[in-house]
Design a binder for this molecule. Structure first.
Ligand code: PLP
Ligand code: COI
Length: 341
């Protein structure tokens, strides 16, 4: 085993082709056993369901090298559960959950030299995904599907790593009240591309989406959930049926309660109350915990007391504890780390 010769600490959040990926096909009503392959290219019908009607769902999780040299994956069972739910919502045959976790572990094992070393600041991002692969021309679900998992080493999602970012309140909506915001479907991201390109052009790192029905409540960003810290040190995080149930956010809620003894509120968060919070952060697999320094609301700025230089003190404690658990420095709750044997 020899780690790849990569400048790990210089990596951004990008794709790099690694050695092996897992591929399984669904045909005649069942999933095959799947294979590990070096082939990264996909050939399919010009009329494949995914190309015509965007029938695709995906997941994202990370593998870490721990302080004591183990390789672990953070809570892949929850990604298996969520991908199952995503598939059902898009009328796709769910991939069996136990096989999902097994295949994720195999992909990490087969690409072990690509797992960034402990302390490098990089991690191995794992991307399972599934799409309709046979020709579909009338609007209906495909009959055949492909499930794949690749892995790629990544650095921080936002440039500058843990430096506070500035985001804007978006005039676009991400998800309808009874739509697909709660699942990880590619279509949710396609429709956010125009909004993120515009936000970047205006100098903002991300969009804060509000609820589409009333535009009074905080939903999430294009790729992460929100956490807020009140002035009396409570963790508040938005509850909504149209946001992605972030595994990082659910883990942070446990960390806040059980490790830091904080009070935690998962509830509707009105945009009007955001100005009263002491700290704000984005959380997700890619974002980890990224502090938000300012939110621009149509030219009016909300500047959090934690400022633009570094993370607020409570966000930092949450960050240190969560990443400490992920990297084996702090004891993890039962079942959170899947060790690659
Ligand atoms: N919200 C959106 C829209 C996302 O794309 C992600 C990323 O997966 C998250 C939230 C965070 O979810 P998780 O913590 O499970 O990665
Ligand atoms: C993840 O955090 O895994 C995501 O899918 C978010 C995406 C914006 C990269």
């Amino acid at each position: 085993m020899a780690k790849k010769n990569i400048e790990w600490d210089k990596l951004g959040f990008g794709y790099m082709k690694t050695d092996k990926r897992f591929v399984s096909n669904f045909k005649d009503g069942k999933w095959d056993d799947g294979v590990m392959t070096g082939e990264d290219m996909i050939t399919m019908s010009e009329c494949a369901g995914v190309l015509q009607y965007s029938q695709s769902v995906f997941e994202g999780m990370k593998a870490y090298e721990t302080v004591d040299g183990r390789t672990v994956i953070f809570r892949p069972d929850l990604n298996a559960d969520r991908m199952y739910d995503s598939a059902l919502r898009l009328e796709m045959p769910p991939f069996p959950k136990d096989k999902f976790v097994e295949a994720v572990c195999s992909v990490v094992k087969e690409n072990i030299d690509w797992v960034p070393p402990y302390g490098s600041g990089a991690t191995l991002y794992i991307r399972p995904y599934m799409f309709g692969s046979n020709p579909v021309i009338g609007v209906k679900p495909a009959d055949e599907y492909q499930f794949r998992i690749f892995a790629t080493p990544v650095g921080p999602y936002f440039k500058g790593g843990a430096k506070p970012i500035v985001i804007k309140v978006s005039d676009f909506d991400r998800a309808a009240p009874n739509g697909t915001g709660h699942i990880k479907a590619g279509l949710n991201y396609a429709m956010s591309l125009h909004a993120i390109v515009k936000a970047h052009e205006e100098g903002f790192s991300e969009n804060m989406y509000l609820d589409a029905a009333t535009r009074t409540k905080v939903e999430e960003t294009g790729g992460a959930n929100f956490i807020f810290i009140t002035k009396d040190n409570k963790l508040v995080t938005p509850k909504s049926k149209s946001i992605l149930p972030s595994i990082t956010r659910r883990s942070i809620m446990t960390v806040a309660k059980d490790y830091l003894g904080m009070e935690v509120e998962e509830r509707e968060v009105y945009f009007d109350e955001v100005k009263d919070f002491a700290e704000c952060g984005l959380c997700g697999t890619a974002a980890v915990i990224s502090p938000v320094g300012k939110i621009n609301d149509h030219g009016k700025e909300i500047a959090f007391p934690s400022g633009m230089d570094e993370m607020g003190p409570t966000t930092k404690k949450l960050y240190d504890t969560l990443t400490g658990i992920q990297m084996g420095r702090i004891e993890a709750p039962e079942g959170w780390l899947k060790v690659i044997e």
